[in-house]
Design a protein around this ligand. Sequence first.
Ligand code: ZN
Length: 151
Amino acid sequence: MSDELEDLYQDIILDHHRKPRNRGQMESPTSVGEGFNPLCGDELTVFLKMDGDKVADVKFVGQGCAISQSSASLMTQRIKGKTISEVRTAIADIKELLVSEKEPPIAVQERVGDAIALKGVRKFPARVKCATLAWHALETALGGSGKVSTE
Ligand code: ZN
């Protein structure tokens, strides 16, 4: 990866950390997913408001490192207004982007949008759990409400 590309990724993550999108409590969510990453101390709660098959609204609150919080912000931006099956694809894409050993297919890289910025985390295995936490919490919320820990 070129240095310029890494700088760009860094800018996106910092931007979402400074100005998180869809951050805050939600009144009467349809479901809630909580995620905890004891390794880094990151905590996230994801609120979903479903309208039939669609994510009518999504919000998050939490605390932790810049990667975990900006990943949550990127996640909300990625899935708002999407159908459940699109959200499941988005979760699978992020896992492929962050966890797979191989370079993710172009289709995946295109679908993830700004969340491509998280790709830089692949080089730092300890931080992968920070980046995937929001998506685990989202997955939990999709299946009803519950809590998930990365350990
Ligand atoms: Zn973290």
